[in-house]
Write a protein that binds this ligand. Sequence first.
Ligand SMILES: [Zn+2]
Ligand SMILES: [Zn+2]
Length: 301
Amino acid sequence: MQRRSFLRNTGLTLAGLSLLNKQTLASFLEDPAWKIRMLTDDIGIFTEKGGTIAFLLTKKGIVVVDAQFPDTAAHLIEELKKKNKKPFKYLINTHHHGDHTGGNIAFKGLAEHVVAHKNSKANQLRVAAEQKLAADKFHIPDITFGEEGWTTKVNKETIMAHYSGAGHTNGDAMIHFQKANIVHMGDLVFNRRHPYIDKTSGADIANWIILLDKAIATFDAKTQFICGHAAAGYDVVVKATDLKAFGDYLGNVLKFTESEIRLGKTKEEILKAKEIPGSPEWKGDGIERPLAAAYAELAVK
Ligand SMILES: [Zn+2]
Ligand SMILES: [Zn+2]
Protein backbone atom coordinates (compact mmCIF):
# COMPACT_ATOMS: atom_id res chain seq x y z
CA MET A 1 0.00 0.00 0.00
CA GLN A 2 2.78 2.33 1.00
CA ARG A 3 4.71 1.54 -2.15
CA ARG A 4 1.60 2.05 -4.22
CA SER A 5 0.96 5.55 -2.89
CA PHE A 6 4.65 6.31 -3.29
CA LEU A 7 4.42 5.35 -6.95
CA ARG A 8 1.36 7.48 -7.51
CA ASN A 9 2.80 10.48 -5.76
CA THR A 10 6.08 10.17 -7.58
CA GLY A 11 4.17 9.90 -10.82
CA LEU A 12 2.51 13.22 -10.10
CA THR A 13 5.69 14.97 -9.14
CA LEU A 14 7.42 13.82 -12.29
CA ALA A 15 4.40 14.07 -14.55
CA GLY A 16 5.64 17.09 -16.39
CA LEU A 17 9.25 16.09 -16.66
CA SER A 18 10.90 15.54 -19.97
CA LEU A 19 11.54 12.36 -21.87
CA LEU A 20 15.16 12.49 -20.80
CA ASN A 21 14.30 11.95 -17.18
CA LYS A 22 12.64 8.63 -17.76
CA GLN A 23 15.73 6.64 -16.76
CA THR A 24 15.81 8.44 -13.43
CA LEU A 25 12.12 7.79 -13.06
CA ALA A 26 12.48 4.11 -13.94
CA SER A 27 15.27 3.63 -11.41
CA PHE A 28 13.08 5.23 -8.72
CA LEU A 29 10.16 3.05 -9.55
CA GLU A 30 11.93 -0.33 -9.69
CA ASP A 31 9.91 -1.60 -12.61
CA PRO A 32 6.42 -1.55 -11.10
CA ALA A 33 3.86 -3.95 -12.50
CA TRP A 34 1.35 -2.84 -15.11
CA LYS A 35 -2.38 -3.38 -14.95
CA ILE A 36 -4.99 -3.82 -17.68
CA ARG A 37 -8.67 -3.27 -16.96
CA MET A 38 -11.43 -3.68 -19.55
CA LEU A 39 -14.21 -1.05 -19.46
CA THR A 40 -16.22 -2.75 -22.24
CA ASP A 41 -15.63 -5.90 -24.31
CA ASP A 42 -13.22 -4.06 -26.61
CA ILE A 43 -12.04 -0.91 -24.75
CA GLY A 44 -9.66 -1.04 -21.82
CA ILE A 45 -7.14 0.98 -19.83
CA PHE A 46 -3.49 0.26 -19.13
CA THR A 47 -1.76 1.71 -16.07
CA GLU A 48 1.87 1.38 -15.09
CA LYS A 49 3.59 4.73 -14.66
CA GLY A 50 2.69 8.10 -16.10
CA GLY A 51 -0.64 8.96 -17.71
CA THR A 52 -3.37 6.35 -18.11
CA ILE A 53 -3.45 4.66 -21.54
CA ALA A 54 -6.71 3.65 -23.26
CA PHE A 55 -7.00 1.12 -26.09
CA LEU A 56 -9.63 -0.20 -28.48
CA LEU A 57 -9.35 -3.71 -29.93
CA THR A 58 -11.35 -4.49 -33.09
CA LYS A 59 -11.17 -7.01 -35.90
CA LYS A 60 -10.14 -4.12 -38.20
CA GLY A 61 -7.30 -2.92 -35.99
CA ILE A 62 -6.16 -1.44 -32.70
CA VAL A 63 -6.35 2.16 -31.50
CA VAL A 64 -4.25 3.40 -28.56
CA VAL A 65 -4.66 6.71 -26.71
CA ASP A 66 -1.42 7.92 -25.07
CA ALA A 67 1.81 5.98 -24.67
CA GLN A 68 3.46 6.63 -21.26
CA PHE A 69 7.19 5.82 -21.52
CA PRO A 70 9.15 3.61 -23.96
CA ASP A 71 9.55 0.72 -21.50
CA THR A 72 5.93 0.69 -20.34
CA ALA A 73 4.65 1.18 -23.91
CA ALA A 74 6.58 -1.99 -24.79
CA HIS A 75 4.67 -3.87 -22.07
CA LEU A 76 1.38 -2.56 -23.43
CA ILE A 77 2.23 -3.49 -27.03
CA GLU A 78 3.25 -7.00 -25.97
CA GLU A 79 -0.04 -7.52 -24.11
CA LEU A 80 -2.22 -6.09 -26.88
CA LYS A 81 -0.51 -8.27 -29.49
CA LYS A 82 -1.50 -11.31 -27.40
CA LYS A 83 -5.12 -10.14 -27.40
CA ASN A 84 -5.41 -9.05 -31.03
CA LYS A 85 -3.35 -9.83 -34.15
CA LYS A 86 -4.59 -6.81 -36.14
CA PRO A 87 -2.44 -3.77 -36.97
CA PHE A 88 -2.16 -0.69 -34.79
CA LYS A 89 -4.24 1.80 -36.79
CA TYR A 90 -3.84 4.93 -34.69
CA LEU A 91 -1.89 6.13 -31.71
CA ILE A 92 -3.61 9.30 -30.46
CA ASN A 93 -1.86 11.71 -28.05
CA THR A 94 -4.08 13.65 -25.63
CA HIS A 95 -1.23 16.18 -25.17
CA HIS A 96 2.57 16.38 -25.40
CA HIS A 97 3.86 15.66 -21.88
CA GLY A 98 6.56 13.01 -21.61
CA ASP A 99 4.45 10.68 -19.44
CA HIS A 100 1.93 10.53 -22.35
CA THR A 101 4.14 10.69 -25.47
CA GLY A 102 7.52 9.33 -24.32
CA GLY A 103 6.31 5.89 -25.44
CA ASN A 104 5.40 7.10 -28.97
CA ILE A 105 8.80 5.88 -30.11
CA ALA A 106 7.80 2.29 -29.24
CA PHE A 107 5.07 2.63 -31.90
CA LYS A 108 7.43 3.76 -34.68
CA GLY A 109 6.95 1.43 -37.64
CA LEU A 110 4.06 -0.19 -35.77
CA ALA A 111 1.24 2.36 -35.57
CA GLU A 112 0.03 3.44 -39.03
CA HIS A 113 -0.63 6.98 -37.80
CA VAL A 114 0.10 9.15 -34.77
CA VAL A 115 -2.62 11.77 -34.22
CA ALA A 116 -2.62 14.91 -32.04
CA HIS A 117 -3.74 18.54 -31.89
CA LYS A 118 -1.35 20.77 -33.84
CA ASN A 119 -0.23 22.52 -30.62
CA SER A 120 0.60 19.14 -29.10
CA LYS A 121 2.82 18.36 -32.08
CA ALA A 122 4.48 21.79 -31.84
CA ASN A 123 5.08 21.22 -28.11
CA GLN A 124 6.54 17.76 -28.78
CA LEU A 125 8.96 19.28 -31.31
CA ARG A 126 9.86 22.15 -28.97
CA VAL A 127 10.59 19.82 -26.03
CA ALA A 128 12.61 17.47 -28.26
CA ALA A 129 14.68 20.46 -29.46
CA GLU A 130 15.14 21.80 -25.91
CA GLN A 131 16.28 18.38 -24.73
CA LYS A 132 18.41 17.89 -27.86
CA LEU A 133 16.80 14.49 -28.34
CA ALA A 134 18.18 12.27 -31.10
CA ALA A 135 15.70 11.39 -33.86
CA ASP A 136 15.38 7.82 -32.60
CA LYS A 137 14.25 8.99 -29.15
CA PHE A 138 10.91 10.55 -30.13
CA HIS A 139 8.13 10.00 -32.66
CA ILE A 140 5.86 12.90 -33.57
CA PRO A 141 2.30 12.90 -34.96
CA ASP A 142 1.78 12.68 -38.74
CA ILE A 143 -1.89 13.67 -38.52
CA THR A 144 -2.81 16.91 -36.74
CA PHE A 145 -6.03 18.83 -36.25
CA GLY A 146 -7.08 22.28 -35.01
CA GLU A 147 -10.27 23.80 -33.55
CA GLU A 148 -12.38 21.52 -35.73
CA GLY A 149 -11.16 18.35 -34.05
CA TRP A 150 -10.72 15.04 -35.85
CA THR A 151 -12.78 11.94 -36.42
CA THR A 152 -12.35 8.42 -37.78
CA LYS A 153 -14.19 5.13 -37.81
CA VAL A 154 -12.51 1.85 -36.89
CA ASN A 155 -14.79 -1.13 -37.39
CA LYS A 156 -18.00 -0.22 -35.52
CA GLU A 157 -16.53 2.48 -33.28
CA THR A 158 -16.43 6.17 -34.17
CA ILE A 159 -13.59 8.06 -32.53
CA MET A 160 -13.71 11.82 -32.19
CA ALA A 161 -11.01 14.15 -30.91
CA HIS A 162 -12.52 17.32 -29.41
CA TYR A 163 -10.54 20.50 -28.85
CA SER A 164 -11.90 23.34 -26.67
CA GLY A 165 -8.86 25.59 -26.30
CA ALA A 166 -6.14 25.74 -23.66
CA GLY A 167 -6.45 23.95 -20.31
CA HIS A 168 -3.66 21.86 -18.79
CA THR A 169 -1.57 22.92 -21.86
CA ASN A 170 -2.59 24.63 -25.12
CA GLY A 171 -2.84 21.28 -26.93
CA ASP A 172 -5.15 19.00 -24.92
CA ALA A 173 -7.72 16.96 -26.81
CA MET A 174 -10.54 14.83 -25.42
CA ILE A 175 -10.79 11.51 -27.23
CA HIS A 176 -14.36 10.21 -27.45
CA PHE A 177 -15.23 6.60 -28.27
CA GLN A 178 -18.77 7.43 -29.35
CA LYS A 179 -20.46 4.05 -29.41
CA ALA A 180 -18.95 2.97 -26.09
CA ASN A 181 -19.58 6.44 -24.58
CA ILE A 182 -16.08 6.61 -23.13
CA VAL A 183 -13.88 9.74 -23.23
CA HIS A 184 -10.16 9.86 -22.56
CA MET A 185 -9.65 13.26 -20.93
CA GLY A 186 -5.86 13.01 -20.71
CA ASP A 187 -4.60 15.46 -18.07
CA LEU A 188 -7.70 17.65 -18.35
CA VAL A 189 -8.89 15.79 -15.26
CA PHE A 190 -6.81 14.98 -12.19
CA ASN A 191 -9.07 13.00 -9.88
CA ARG A 192 -8.69 14.46 -6.35
CA ARG A 193 -5.05 15.20 -7.04
CA HIS A 194 -3.38 18.60 -7.37
CA PRO A 195 -2.78 19.07 -11.09
CA TYR A 196 0.30 20.05 -13.01
CA ILE A 197 -0.59 23.25 -14.90
CA ASP A 198 1.90 23.84 -17.69
CA LYS A 199 2.09 27.61 -18.11
CA THR A 200 5.15 27.35 -20.35
CA SER A 201 2.98 25.32 -22.75
CA GLY A 202 0.11 27.83 -22.73
CA ALA A 203 -2.03 26.42 -19.90
CA ASP A 204 -5.10 28.51 -19.04
CA ILE A 205 -7.01 27.81 -15.81
CA ALA A 206 -9.95 30.10 -16.60
CA ASN A 207 -10.55 28.42 -19.98
CA TRP A 208 -9.93 24.99 -18.41
CA ILE A 209 -13.01 25.54 -16.22
CA ILE A 210 -15.10 26.53 -19.28
CA LEU A 211 -13.77 23.53 -21.18
CA LEU A 212 -14.85 21.13 -18.41
CA ASP A 213 -18.34 22.67 -18.39
CA LYS A 214 -18.50 22.16 -22.16
CA ALA A 215 -17.46 18.53 -21.75
CA ILE A 216 -20.19 17.97 -19.16
CA ALA A 217 -22.73 19.50 -21.59
CA THR A 218 -21.40 17.52 -24.60
CA PHE A 219 -21.29 14.12 -22.90
CA ASP A 220 -23.75 12.68 -20.37
CA ALA A 221 -24.25 11.25 -16.90
CA LYS A 222 -23.45 7.72 -18.10
CA THR A 223 -20.22 8.66 -19.91
CA GLN A 224 -17.09 7.04 -18.48
CA PHE A 225 -14.26 9.59 -18.38
CA ILE A 226 -10.68 8.34 -18.22
CA CYS A 227 -8.29 10.70 -16.38
CA GLY A 228 -4.54 10.91 -16.79
CA HIS A 229 -3.93 10.76 -13.03
CA ALA A 230 -5.74 10.18 -9.73
CA ALA A 231 -4.77 10.49 -6.07
CA ALA A 232 -4.02 7.33 -4.08
CA GLY A 233 -7.28 5.52 -3.38
CA TYR A 234 -9.13 7.25 -6.24
CA ASP A 235 -10.06 5.78 -9.61
CA VAL A 236 -8.74 7.02 -12.97
CA VAL A 237 -12.20 6.33 -14.43
CA VAL A 238 -14.74 8.94 -13.34
CA LYS A 239 -18.18 10.41 -14.08
CA ALA A 240 -19.42 13.87 -15.10
CA THR A 241 -19.93 14.73 -11.41
CA ASP A 242 -16.17 14.33 -10.90
CA LEU A 243 -15.48 16.70 -13.83
CA LYS A 244 -17.74 19.19 -12.08
CA ALA A 245 -15.85 18.70 -8.80
CA PHE A 246 -12.53 19.27 -10.59
CA GLY A 247 -13.87 22.39 -12.34
CA ASP A 248 -15.03 23.67 -8.93
CA TYR A 249 -11.57 22.91 -7.53
CA LEU A 250 -9.90 24.96 -10.30
CA GLY A 251 -12.36 27.79 -9.65
CA ASN A 252 -11.52 27.63 -5.95
CA VAL A 253 -7.78 27.75 -6.71
CA LEU A 254 -8.30 30.99 -8.68
CA LYS A 255 -10.68 32.45 -6.09
CA PHE A 256 -8.37 31.67 -3.17
CA THR A 257 -5.27 33.01 -4.95
CA GLU A 258 -7.09 36.19 -5.96
CA SER A 259 -8.29 36.86 -2.41
CA GLU A 260 -4.80 36.23 -1.03
CA ILE A 261 -3.30 38.68 -3.56
CA ARG A 262 -5.92 41.22 -2.52
CA LEU A 263 -4.91 40.74 1.12
CA GLY A 264 -1.38 41.73 0.13
CA LYS A 265 0.16 38.25 0.51
CA THR A 266 3.36 37.54 -1.39
CA LYS A 267 3.62 34.67 -3.83
CA GLU A 268 5.79 32.74 -1.35
CA GLU A 269 3.16 33.16 1.38
CA ILE A 270 0.37 32.02 -0.93
CA LEU A 271 2.24 28.87 -1.97
CA LYS A 272 2.44 27.78 1.69
CA ALA A 273 -1.33 27.06 1.84
CA LYS A 274 -2.21 23.60 3.16
CA GLU A 275 -5.52 23.22 1.33
CA ILE A 276 -7.76 24.95 -1.19
CA PRO A 277 -10.78 26.44 0.63
CA GLY A 278 -13.94 24.85 -0.78
CA SER A 279 -12.09 21.80 -2.14
CA PRO A 280 -10.75 19.94 0.94
CA GLU A 281 -10.85 16.60 -0.93
CA TRP A 282 -7.75 17.60 -2.85
CA LYS A 283 -5.00 16.58 -0.47
CA GLY A 284 -1.38 15.65 -0.62
CA ASP A 285 1.71 16.95 -2.34
CA GLY A 286 1.91 19.49 -5.09
CA ILE A 287 -0.55 22.17 -3.91
CA GLU A 288 2.08 24.85 -4.64
CA ARG A 289 1.99 24.13 -8.37
CA PRO A 290 -1.64 25.05 -9.09
CA LEU A 291 -1.24 28.05 -6.76
CA ALA A 292 1.86 29.24 -8.62
CA ALA A 293 0.05 28.81 -11.96
CA ALA A 294 -2.99 30.72 -10.64
CA TYR A 295 -0.68 33.45 -9.34
CA ALA A 296 0.96 33.76 -12.78
CA GLU A 297 -2.41 33.81 -14.52
CA LEU A 298 -3.88 36.47 -12.21
CA ALA A 299 -0.75 38.59 -12.11
CA VAL A 300 -0.85 38.92 -15.92
CA LYS A 301 -4.41 40.30 -15.88
ZN1 LIG B 1 0.29 13.31 -17.16
ZN1 LIG C 1 0.24 16.45 -18.67
